[in-house]
Design a protein around this ligand. Structure first.
Ligand code: ATP
Ligand code: MG
Length: 180
C-alpha cells in the first residue's frame, strides 16, 4: 500500500488554509480534511514492512515543538505543479524528519534521498500549469503570498495509507504517534 508519515494540522490551521484557498481562481484545491505536512513519503510498502516501522515509531521519544508558516510558494518554476504554504525552518522538525527517515531505513524501507522542504500543499496544477493559469497563480501569490496564518504546536504525527479514488485521493490514518 502507498503510505506516508505526516504531521496533522489543528482544525483552526486547516480552516485558515481553506479560507485562503477559497480565493484561488485556478488549480485543484486540496480538500480541508486532506491538508497535512508530509514528514516522509514512504511509497508503496507491504504490510510487514509497515508493521515493523510501526513498532519502531511507537518507541520513538521526541518532544512537541512549535511551527509557523512563512508565506506561500509554488513548486515547478514557470510551469507550477503545486501551491503550498511554506513552513518556517524549525530544527526540531528537521531533527524529527531525520530520525523517522533513519527508523524507516532500519525497518527496510528505502526512502528516497530528497531534500526536506516542509510545506502544506494547498492546490495542484497537474503536470505543470499552462501560461495563463501560471499568470493567475502569480497574481494570487502577489496578493496573498504573505497573508498571516496561525502557528501551531506539532503534538504528533500519523502513518497514513493513500488510495486513489475516482473522486480523488483518500488518506486513512493507520496509526498515530504522540510527541512528548
Ligand atoms: P495525488 O498524487 O493523487 O495528487 P497526493 O499527492 O496527495 O495525491 P500521494 O501521492 O499518495 O497523494 O502522496 C501523499 C503525500 O506524500 C503527499 O503529501 C505528497 O505530496 C507526498 N509525496 C508524494 N510523492 C512524493 C515524493 N516522491 N516525494 C516526497 N513527497 C511525496
Ligand atoms: Mg502525489
Amino acid at each position: 500500500m502507498r503510505a506516508f508519515l505526516a504531521i496533522d494540522l489543528p482544525e483552526e490551521v486547516s480552516a485558515a488554509l481553506t479560507r485562503l484557498q477559497a480565493g484561488l481562481p485556478v488549480g485543484r484545491p486540496v480538500a480541508e480534511e486532506n491538508l497535512h505536512l508530509t514528514l516522509a513519503f514512504l511509497g508503496d510498502q507491504d504490510e510487514v514492512a509497515l508493521e515493523g516501522l510501526h513498532y519502531e515509531l511507537d518507541a520513538l521519544r521526541a518532544a512537541p515543538f512549535a511551527l509557523r508558516f512563512s508565506g506561500l510558494g509554488a513548486f515547478g518554476g514557470d510551469r507550477p505543479r503545486i501551491l503550498f504554504a511554506d513552513v518556517a525552518p524549525e530544527p526540531a522538525l528537521t531533527d524529527l524528519h531525520r530520525r523517522v527517515i533513519g527508523i524507516a531505513r532500519r525497518a527496510g524501507i528505502a526512502v528516497p534521498r530528497e531534500r526536506f522542504h516542509p510545506h502544506v500543499t494547498l492546490a495542484r496544477f497537474g503536470n505543470g500549469a499552462a501560461p495563463d493559469v501560471a499568470a493567475r497563480l502569480r497574481r494570487f501569490l502577489t496578493e496573498h503570498g504573505d497573508a498571516p496564518l496561525p502557528g501551531f504546536g506539532a503534538t504528533g504525527f500519523g502513518l497514513y495509507e493513500s488510495t486513489l479514488h475516482p473522486s480523488g485521493v483518500r488518506y486513512e490514518l493507520l496509526a498515530r504517534y504522540a510527541l512528548g
